[in-house]
Write a protein that binds this ligand. Sequence first.
Ligand SMILES: [Zn+2]
Length: 321
Amino acid sequence: MKIRFCEAERRVFARREKLTVSQWASKYLIVQDGIYRGSPLRLDVSPFLRGPMDAYSRPGVREVVVCGSLQVGKTLLLYACLGWSMDYRPGIKMLAMPTRESRDRVVEKKLRPMLQGSPVLRRMVAKYRRENILLKDGTSIELATAESPSQRASITVQDLFVDEEDLYSRSGDSSPLEDFKGRTRSYGDFAKIIRACQPKGDESSSIWTGITRQVDQLMCYEVVCPACRHQHLMDVDRIVVPDGETDPRLIRSRKLARYRCPHCQYLWSDHARDLAVASGRWRPYVWTGAAFEPGPDISDARSIGFHLPAVLSRFVSLSDL
Ligand SMILES: [Zn+2]
């Protein structure tokens, strides 16, 4: 007897290649704003995003924590992981944001265009609502805010995406972040969590505490000097203005600042910095309480933190810093 499958059945039964988040995003995500708008995501623009993206798709990893400045691509990172999760991990997801106002703005301006711009993801969405996005497989992406404790308490979540947790306001003893994480408990080791946030800059920053004290493994991004190939962690204290100009407006408008290589003393322009970042890689580090120092490589880490300072971003000039 011969069995014939229709086109839709063949698609369902086809063995799909399993891509990492960075491979998936480069293939299926379309950039929605900025100078690369309309083109597929190019990770050569932000090569450091591959590390946290691919840590998220690694099977043993349960939690990825990214402490990053503005302009390093944190939102893109969160949405790439969300899209990958929609494609490969059916189940209820939650995107947690600080306030209703920030949620409504982000969903309208960023999330919805991202979902509609990607043919793979667009096909999966059944309905957009204010508090969730219903998917055709019967699950949903819950759009939660730290302002609505009742919503947090009532839903069990497989994959949690935590945006800008340092802006979550606490009421009494309850921590919105811990409440959100508690929603994933019934999924045990199968749950995945990713947190991305700009640190508030003092000891109370939960994202800073997250990467420096709570994760199994901390990763920092080393760059490679285009002149001498020396590999090191960038330090903003090495930014200099060679001809002694002190007027911040002139420094910015004429892009006078340079970065001094600690090994060969070559002065990097913004372009040289971008080359140094393009050749860079993530390395295991520890936070000593005063500085980042090289640390052991923990191959079976279940939670991984990533530190992403603004100095790595090609959208931030050395002269702005
Ligand atoms: Zn050098």
